[in-house]
Design a binder for this molecule. Structure first.
Ligand code: NAP
Length: 259
């Protein structure tokens, strides 16, 4: 399917690895010009070059922490006017509800709620003026089915979800869609670190921790960044203009909900 977005320009935040990289790859395969971002320069440049080589699109890179005002400014300075925004950042650490201080909550809110909101507030007005835009926020299945040990993530991401629910409906008439894409467990570094935590806590091997987690997913495997990226690229396509303000699970059926 031709996604109809060849030549458009996208910012993909936090995209040197994992799900962000999957989104960058899939957009590049559709002919989209990219601004990619991460904190680590080396992995970012490797990813960017691999995408240039594979897809022949222009890829600019910005080494910056997207959760800081300065980092976002650096990304936005390079980005200029963009048609597509994919918001992403690392997830907060797990823990118990008693563990977290005000500073921990502020850090989680900055990373997973206020940063994507700031990126949207800066970039959507230009999209609206030009009459077309796409925003995809990478959130989590925990938004639909909160995971007790991820209280910081649950808190910040549901705040972002609330913002999107209203804002998506305010900007839709200008040709801009905003949707959230909710990963279940995917085979990325994040999954390795979650499995490592379970293995250490339960005194089992990493393989066993993964096997047990896979058994809880109806498709009996972890998702891939490529599958996630393809879904993101569809949401950014010309065909997805009637999908507005949705929270779309990409979880192999792991969250059992009728609505
Ligand atoms: P990942 O494999 O660890 O990759 C994270 C990417 O984001 C890396 O490129 C990393 O590069 C970059 N990054 C992290 N923090 C950043 C920051 N502050 N500023 C700029 N770049 C940053 O993670 P992932 O699995 O793709 O997860 C992406 C998001 O989805 C996370 O919020 C995660 O919590 C959420 N999620 C993932 C899963 C899953 O199964 N994978 C499930 C549910 C939710 P640098 O470290 O070099 O900055």
């Amino acid at each position: 399917m031709d996604l109809g977005i060849s030549g458009k320009r996208a910012v993909v935040c936090a995209s040197s690895k994992g799900l962000g990289r999957g989104c960058a790859e899939a957009l590049a395969a559709a002919g989209v010009r990219l601004v990619m971002n991460a904190r680590g320069a080396e992995a970012l440049e490797v990813a960017a070059q691999a995408i240039r080589d594979a897809h022949g699109v222009e890829v600019e890179t910005v080494v910056a922490d997207i959760t800081t005002e300065d980092g976002r400014r650096q990304v936005l300075d390079v980005a200029g006017d963009v048609d597509i925004l994919v918001n992403n950042a690392g997830g907060p650490p797990p823990g118990m509800w008693t563990d977290w201080s005000r500073d921990d909550f502020i850090a989680a809110l900055d990373a997973n709620m206020l940063s994507p909101i700031a990126m949207m507030q800066t970039l959507i007005p230009g999209m609206s003026n030009r009459g077309w835009g796409r925003v995809v926020n990478i959130t989590s299945q925990a938004v639909r089915a909160p995971i007790p040990v991820l209280g910081l993530s649950n808190t910040a991401r549901t705040g972002l979800t609330g913002f999107v629910a209203g804002t998506a409906r305010q900007v839709a008439e200008t040709g801009v869609t905003i949707n959230n894409l909710l990963p279940g467990i995917h085979a990325t570094d994040r999954a390795v670190s979650l499995d490592d935590g379970v293995a250490k806590k339960d005194g089992i091997s990493m393989e066993e921790a993964r096997r047990r987690r896979e058994a809880t997913i109806p498709v009996r495997r972890y998702g891939t960044a490529a599958e996630f990226g393809a879904t993101c690229a569809f949401l950014c396509s010309v065909h997805a203009g009637f999908i507005v303000g949705q929270n779309i699970l990409h979880d192999g059926g792991g969250v059992n909900l009728t609505m």
